[in-house]
Ligand binder design. Structure first.
Ligand SMILES: Cc1cc2nc3c(=O)[nH]c(=O)nc-3n(C[C@H](O)[C@H](O)[C@H](O)COP(=O)(O)O)c2cc1C
Length: 169
């Protein structure tokens, strides 16, 4: 039996939600990461992925201008970093440097991979779609990378800015 509630009350039941981080090069030449909950695969062949970025966010203008981004799936050990990249703005700082995020160069685009993440996907921006107060950026994956340590778990949002791993009981 369902009971009518506010949107926010029902939305609070969606957790755990996967966490991703999109990183693109800004006009100053620094690589700027943004933590995202709103992301999905949209095509298998060719492999394509979409992210929803707030229209006013610094990252929206950065990704649009760069025309490419790396989509990272952080590990459950990267909760503090993901929270940092999701609460500070690249308008004011070099987030990767401040957080001490370990990176390695991307191979097919001008970008950086998160060295300690579970996986990284290099994406070329193929389209942009307006959707309310967010913009959907669709990227075609041109290179994929995974951590040598296959036992690493992914990072999830558990709600109320609590991030962590999700493991079977
Ligand atoms: C767990 C979590 C999930 C988030 N998900 C999104 C998202 O899906 N889309 C978005 O635009 N912002 C999202 N944010 C907020 C941005 O990461 C945040 O506003 C960030 O500081 C923007 O960085 P920028 O100013 O460098 O672009 C999320 C933040 C957190 C902590």
């Amino acid at each position: 039996m369902q009971t009518a509630v506010t949107d926010d009350q029902a939305l609070a039941r969606r957790f755990p939600e996967q966490i991703a981080i999109a990183t693109a090069k800004d006009a100053q030449g620094k690589y700027n990461p943004i933590t995202l909950g709103w992301t999905m695969l949209t095509s298998h062949d060719p492999l394509m992925m979409a992210i929803a970025v707030g229209r006013q966010r610094y990252s929206a203008e950065v990704i649009r201008k760069a025309g490419a981004f790396v989509l990272t799936f952080p590990s459950e050990q990267q909760a503090a970093e993901a929270l940092f990249h999701g609460t500070k703005s690249g308008r004011e700082m070099d987030k990767l440097k401040e957080a001490g995020t370990k990176t390695q160069p991307a191979t097919k685009i001008d970008g950086v991979l998160f060295a300690d993440a579970v996986a990284n996907f290099e994406c070329e921006l193929v389209s942009e779609h307006e959707t309310g107060d967010h913009v959907i950026f669709v990227g075609r994956v041109v290179a994929s990378h995974m951590n040598e340590d296959a036992s690493l778990g992914r990072l999830y949002s558990l709600g109320h800015e609590r991030l962590g791993g999700v493991r079977p009981a």
